[in-house]
Design a protein around this ligand. Structure first.
Ligand SMILES: O=C(O)CCC(=O)C(=O)O
Ligand SMILES: [Fe+2]
Length: 325
C-alpha cells in the first residue's frame, strides 16, 4: 500500500476546472480529497474534542443515549460490536445523528423511519456543535453535487429537482479503539456507502483503506481537507459511470481513531434512476454480489433494506411504520 494516491480537488479553482477534476477523480477511484471547502476548522476541532470526551466516559453513561431509545428515528449511541456493516460486528462505537425534526413535524407524525429528534450527549454545547456542522456540511454537499452535475454535462437544477428536494443527511461520529495490527477484527468490514456522497473528517490516526483497480490503498487524513467518496445512489444515477468504491477500516495506530462521516443522500422519497446514458464500461461484480442497477424504487426503500441488515436486532422492533412516533 502507498500513501496519498488519491487526488485533491481544490474547490476554489475555476468552475470548469473543478468540474473536470471531479470527473477525473470520480471516474478513476471514486475517492478524492477536497480543499478550500469553507467549513470552519475550529468547529471541526470542537467536535473532535467533545467526541473524544464522550467516548472516554463509562459505558453506562454512554448508554443513556443508546439507539434503542431513539425509536425509528434511528439516532443515538451504539457500543463496540453493535453494528454489523458487512455481516460481522464492527470493532467501533459511535453516535448516529440526522436532521433534527420535532415530534410535531408531519414526517415524524407520519411515522417515517429515520426521521425525528436526535439524542445528544448531555454535555452542553454538543447539540449546537453537531447542528452547526451538519448545516455547513449540507451546504458543502449541495456545492459538490452541483460540481458533479456539471462534470456529467447535466444541469445542477435537474439533479436537484430529481434527487435533492429534501436531501437525507446522516451524520455519524465513530470511535475505533486502538488494536494490535494482528487482530483479525475490522473496524468496519468492506462495504460501499448507500447514498450519493460521503464527506469524511478523520482524526490524525490513519486506518481507512480503499479498493481500487490497482489494489487496496490507504486514504490517510490530510490536514485542511475532507475525504469524499461516491455512494450507491450516485452510481445508479450515473448508470455506472461513477462507481461506489468499496472501502474498509482497521485502526492500527496506538491511539483511538475518530472518524466523522457525513452522508449526503437523495431525498427519502426520491425515485432514483439514471440521469445519463448507460456507460460503456463492462459491469463488474460488486463486493456484495448485487448490482445497484437492479434497484428501482425510492431511496428510502433502498436505505431501510440496508439499515435493517447492519442493525438486525433494532430493525425488527423499530423499523415498522405503524404505531405512535
Ligand atoms: O471511519 C471511516 O473512515 C469510514 C467509515 C465508513 O466507511 C462508513 O461509515 O461508511
Ligand atoms: Fe463507508
Amino acid at each position: 500500500m502507498s500513501n496519498l494516491e488519491l487526488p485533491v480537488v481544490d474547490l476554489d479553482a475555476q468552475r470548469a476546472k473543478v468540474a473536470t477534476d471531479l470527473r477525473v477523480a470520480c471516474e478513476r477511484d471514486g475517492f478524492f480529497y477536497v480543499s478550500n471547502h469553507g467549513v470552519s476548522e475550529s468547529l471541526q476541532t470542537e467536535l473532535e474534542v467533545r467526541a473524544r470526551a464522550f467516548f472516554a466516559r463509562p459505558l453506562e453513561e454512554k448508554m443513556a443515549i443508546a439507539m434503542d431509545r431513539g425509536g425509528r428515528a434511528w439516532r443515538g449511541y451504539f457500543p463496540v460490536g453493535g453494528e454489523l456493516t458487512s455481516g460481522v460486528p464492527d470493532s467501533k462505537e459511535g453516535i448516529y445523528f440526522g436532521t433534527e425534526l420535532a415530534l410535531e413535524d408531519p414526517r415524524v407524525q407520519a411515522c417515517l423511519p429515520l426521521h425525528g429528534p436526535n439524542l445528544f450527549p448531555a454535555e452542553g454545547g454538543f447539540r449546537e456543535a453537531v447542528l452547526s456542522y451538519m448545516r455547513a456540511m449540507t451546504e458543502l454537499g449541495h456545492r459538490l453535487m452541483a460540481g458533479i452535475a456539471e462534470s456529467l454535462g447535466l444541469e445542477a437544477r435537474e439533479v436537484s429537482a430529481s434527487l435533492l428536494r429534501d436531501p437525507l443527511t446522516l451524520f455519524r461520529i465513530f470511535n475505533y479503539p486502538a488494536e494490535p495490527a494482528e487482530t483479525p477484527r475490522w473496524g468496519v468490514g468492506e462495504h460501499t456507502d448507500y447514498g450519493l456522497l460521503t464527506i469524511l473528517k478523520q482524526s490524525d490516526e490513519s486506518g481507512l483503506q480503499v479498493r481500487t483497480a490497482r489494489g487496496w490503498i490507504e486514504a490517510p487524513p490530510l490536514p485542511g481537507t475532507f475525504l469524499c467518496n461516491i455512494g450507491d445512489m450516485l452510481e445508479c444515477m450515473t448508470y455506472g459511470r461513477y462507481r461506489s468504491t468499496p472501502h474498509r477500516v482497521k485502526n492500527t495506530s496506538a491511539r483511538d481513531r475518530l472518524s466523522l462521516p457525513f452522508f449526503f443522500d437523495p431525498s427519502f422519497d426520491a425515485d432514483v434512476r439514471p440521469l445519463v446514458p448507460r456507460a460503456s464500461l463492462e459491469e463488474t461484480t460488486r463486493w456484495d454480489g448485487r448490482s445497484v442497477f437492479d434497484f428501482r424504487g425510492t431511496y428510502g426503500e433502498y436505505l431501510l433494506d440496508k439499515v435493517s441488515k447492519v442493525f438486525p436486532a433494532l430493525a425488527t422492533s423499530q423499523l415498522r411504520r405503524e404505531g405512535a412516533p
